[in-house]
Write a protein that binds this ligand. Structure first.
Ligand SMILES: [Zn+2]
Length: 148
């Protein structure tokens, strides 16, 4: 059984790191290191990293760490997976195979980073389908699965 508490606690901690990053308290490299440490803790305590990224998925790009503007469209990783059809002939690791070679640490990508990172990794039609069907804005944020 996985530990849901650690993911939820670290979701709050990562939100705090990103709030400070937005205020200019430290560099993107430092923010990335702090978030990575938190994600390692989640994994080390049998948690689910997606739970620790619930808030970040709808607030910041997992690659360049920019904060999404109101109404700005971005690609949510979980939604992108739902866009893949058997005809795409991709296995379940298609997203990780590509993003593992980048600085990606979150659960969503801004449009610029998505297009840059997946430029040669996906056929044009697949990318267009993902950009049409997996794009969300911060207004679509379903909120966190925990209450406190
Ligand atoms: Zn980005």
């Amino acid at each position: 059984m996985s530990n849901h508490e650690i993911g939820h606690v670290m979701d709050i901690a990562i939100k705090g790191i990103l709030d400070l990053y937005d205020e200019g308290a430290f560099s993107a490299a430092t923010a990335r290191k702090l978030i990575k440490t938190n994600l390692r803790l989640v994994a080390g305590y049998d948690g689910n990293t997606y739970e620790a990224l619930e808030t970040m998925a709808y607030t910041h790009c997992g690659n360049c760490l920019k904060k999404y503007a109101q109404g700005e469209k971005f690609i949510v990783e979980a939604e992108a997976h739902d866009c893949i059809t058997p005809e795409d002939k991709l296995d379940r690791t298609w997203w990780d195979n590509v993003t593992d070679k980048t600085e990606y640490i979150g659960a969503s990508l801004c449009m610029d980073c998505f297009q840059k990172i997946f430029k040669d990794a996906l056929p044009e039609a697949t990318k267009e389908r993902i950009m049409k069907e997996a794009s969300r804005t911060s207004e679509d944020n379903p909120g966190t699965s925990y209450l406190w």
